[in-house]
Design a binder for this molecule. Structure first.
Ligand code: SF4
Length: 496
């Protein structure tokens, strides 16, 4: 079912609290009485708006024109309240509490009670930034911030009460796009609305009395605190056991190619252990295998949020960006992976796993999980694949010199892989370094006399320097090898 309604950006905040709440609210249409805290928020927003209106001036021309003029210094900087944004591309609409449009940047403020700023609230701001950027073709920096109106007086100023802020980045953009696509998938019936896994949220939720997913039994909660504590302890115990079982089954399902089942397992595990970086990483790998790229990126984002030093997550996210042709982000991720590996390294058989995610690992014994952790650690010390993939990405964006540097580094450490020479040969060929390209293809052929692509592209290089007979011989050899059944290692395509 296609669902092409626009998504109000405030839904991202609700989704951060509990996605199932959106199901009750927007699919079932249930609207319980507004909570006191929400009422207080509405009143605070109204008061701020009234104060702003007292000093507000009419805009003398369309806002689109003003926003174009400000960076050029043709209009003074402005501050706007209750500013509507609408992104056609992403199907988002929203109203920004306060926005300051300056020459070199925009600052977007959202007003919250504070002191905590939830993930949902942060995503709401990222979505405002995404919509603003798209709607007004804004190519300068965007700062996003939450201002607390707790204890607000008459002279309350959002810029003086910031409790969280950050510069909006391409990673934020990917994160929020993935969430928007996920939400759309929920409304289209492609995936389930996930209830929260935190009982504390259910305790204060306005749907707690009617929600079948409520994690708290209200009567017990009110009447017998002791029973609730016992109940929670029991859940906690079972949670640990179930969580581990779900994870292990997920790894096996991934390994055997049952990615949909694996995703269910990892989701089950994450409901029980929402801070498990391995669960997100593995589920990201399963989504990646199914080419569900926004979901994969979302999971890798969560992995690195939980552990910013988790190199394989950057690498695999880079591979996803590579697949969706977002080469700039792919390079950033491969570079990040490489920054984590400053030590000398040697080629290691484990490197093959990184390309497909550790889901493919053999699961041998009771220490399954520890084995996987160890391999992830090994991968973190082995950046070979990151150099290769970054090099390939440089080729895609025409930065052949940088690609050659990356392939050379790999070759310098281990000059026994014929495919690495084909890759460097191809970058040399594109750079019109024909002789160097021929040298590389020669070495590749020496290492693997059946490397069809090495003949094919050496033929192109020879042709370019008018060695026509040799080029023709290579072409024939390539045609011959192409028809042979593949023996041994699959050959690297130089143009992949
Ligand atoms: S009661 Fe719990 S599960 Fe149900 S909507 Fe509220 S927070 Fe979500």
């Amino acid at each position: 079912m296609k669902w092409d309604r626009q998504i109000p950006i405030s839904w991202l905040n609700i989704q951060g609290y509990c996605e199932y709440k959106l199901f009750l609210r927007e699919v079932k249409g249930i609207r319980p009485a507004v909570l006191t805290i929400v009422n207080e928020g509405i009143i605070a927003h109204e008061e701020i708006q009234i104060a702003h209106e007292k000093i507000a001036k009419e805009l003398e021309e369309p806002i689109e024109d003003i926003i174009k003029k400000i960076p050029k210094g043709e209009h003074e900087t402005i501050s706007l309240s209750e500013f509507n944004v609408c992104s056609k591309k992403w199907g988002l609409i929203g109203r920004i509490d306060n926005i300051h449009i300056l020459r070199g940047c925009v600052a977007i403020y959202d007003f919250k009670p504070g002191p905590k700023v939830s993930w949902g609230a942060q995503r709401q701001l990222k979505a405002y930034a995404l919509a603003f950027k798209e709607q007004f073709h804004w190519d300068k920096e965007i700062n996003i911030a939450v201002s607390s109106y707790a204890g607000k007086g008459d002279d309350w100023d959002p810029t003086q009460n910031v409790i969280w802020d950050k510069w909006y980045t391409s990673e934020d953009e990917s994160e929020v796009i993935a969430i928007v696509q996920r939400l759309r998938g929920c409304f289209e019936g492609k995936r389930k609305f996930q209830p929260t896994s935190k009982p504390g949220k259910c305790k204060t939720c306005e749907y707690r009395d009617i929600c079948s997913m409520n994690l708290i039994n209200n009567s017990q909660c009110i009447n017998d605190r002791k029973t609730i504590e016992d109940h929670n302890n029991a859940i906690e115990l079972e949670r640990k056991n179930n969580s581990s079982a779900c994870y292990t089954r997920g790894v096996i399902n991934s390994k055997t190619g049952n990615f949909l089942k694996a995703i269910e397992d990892f989701s089950g595990e994450l409901d029980l252990s929402p801070n498990d970086k391995f669960g997100y990483f593995e589920r990201g790998n399963a989504y990646k295998s199914l080419k569900e790229y926004p979901e994969a990126i979302d999971d890798y984002n969560k992995t690195v949020f939980l552990d910013p030093n988790f190199g394989p997550a950057y690498h695999n996210r880079g591979l996803v960006y590579y697949d969706i042709q977002n080469y700039q982000n792919a390079i950033k991720d491969f570079t990040k992976t490489l920054e984590m590996h400053t030590n000398e390294w040697k080629s290691h058989p484990c490197m093959i796993y990184i390309h497909h995610g550790v889901s493919y690992l053999q699961v041998y014994d009771n220490q399954k999980r520890n084995n996987i952790k160890n391999v992830v650690r090994t991968l973190s010390q082995n950046p070979r694949e990151a150099y290769i993939t970054r090099g390939k990405t440089y080729v895609k964006i025409g930065e052949y010199g940088k690609a050659i540097e990356d392939f050379s580094r790999v070759i310098q450490y281990d000059p026994t892989f014929f495919r690495d020479f084909i890759l460097r040969g191809h970058a040399n060929l594109l750079l019109k370094n024909y002789r160097k390209a021929i040298d590389d293809y020669n070495t590749a052929i020496k290492l693997n006399p059946n490397a069809a692509n090495a003949y094919r592209f050496r033929g192109h290089a020879l042709q370019s320097i008018n060695r026509i007979d040799e080029a023709e011989a290579d072409r024939k050899k390539y045609e011959f090898l192409k028809k042979q059944p593949i023996h041994g290692e699959k050959e690297e395509s130089a143009v992949s």
